[in-house]
Design a binder for this molecule. Structure first.
Ligand SMILES: Nc1ncnc2c1ncn2[C@@H]1O[C@H](COP(=O)(O)OP(=O)(O)OP(=O)(O)O)[C@@H](O)[C@H]1O
Length: 231
């Protein structure tokens, strides 16, 4: 569905991405893992077109306006609109005029805030609204950058429950290792500007590890694909 080809990105003298390549196939649920500052958000911003790469390109036949949903790390919302106004705005920007959003607004638990101003929402409610904005037109593929940050426990549970019941092809940046083994089927680890591991959760489990153990070893000891694949 989408190919990431040889992406390089420098900021001033710092080489953040040094040749990142991978493919996303239909129905993949990919956890994009890496330490703070590894370049995960930068990669998502390049894929979504928010910033340009220095070298490399993205190949896809998907229409980013209507078929791809992006939830950035920082909420990009308009405070002096109401929740229902910002939803209508987003739907018209996607070229949509349907009632699908009524389904999703309930799913993220914001239905009673329809007439509230966005600026009056709490941090966790704004995060839920950002999530809603990325999925309300039922895109084929979603990129979520640390979606559960700031959410309370019930909202976090609700989020993972919603993801499990939905059939988005997804790439999610998360540090929530409690959920990774249950939800994702594929793991990408970004380390020092490169993908050091692109493997399946099934292979990790077959090697007798959980994803957290695999991740810790990968970032400490380099590429573990071979070790997992040989088991
Ligand atoms: N606009 C920018 N100008 C200069 N440096 C930047 C810019 N955006 C990101 N960086 C730097 O690029 C590096 C990667 O940042 P990025 O936000 O992509 O990391 P991340 O893996 O998403 O981290 P985290 O897990 O903390 O969110 C960091 O060192 C950051 O300071």
């Amino acid at each position: 569905m989408l190919k990431v080809k040889n992406i390089h990105k420098d900021f001033k003298n710092s080489k953040v991405l040094k040749g990142v390549s991978f493919n996303i196939e239909k129905n993949d649920n990919i956890a994009l893992l890496g330490s703070n500052g590894a370049g995960k958000s930068t990669l998502i911003k390049i894929i979504s077109g928010e910033i340009k790469s220095d070298i490399g390109y993205i190949e896809t036949s998907l229409d980013f306006r209507s078929e791809v949903g992006i939830m950035p790390q920082d909420d990009i919302l308009i405070g002096d609109l109401t929740v229902s106004e910002i939803i209508s705005l987003k739907l018209s920007m996607c070229g949509e005029n349907n009632n699908n959003y009524k389904y999703w607004i309930k799913k993220v638990g914001l239905e009673k805030y329809s007439n509230s101003f966005v600026e009056s929402l709490s941090g966790g409610q704004k995060r839920r609204l950002s999530l809603l904005m990325s999925i309300l037109n039922s895109p084929k593929m979603i990129f979520l950058d640390e979606p559960t940050t700031g959410m309370d426990l019930a909202a976090v549970d609700n989020f993972w429950g919603l993801m499990k019941k939905s059939d988005f092809t997804s790439v999610i940046i998360t540090h929530d290792f409690n959920q990774i083994d249950n939800f994702f089927d594929r793991i990408l680890i970004l380390n020092e500007g490169l993908i050091i591991s692109d493997t399946t959760v099934a292979k990790i489990h077959n090697s007798g590890k959980n994803v957290e153990e695999f991740y810790r070893q990968a970032v400490q000891g380099g590429n573990l694909n071979d070790k997992v694949n040989s088991n």
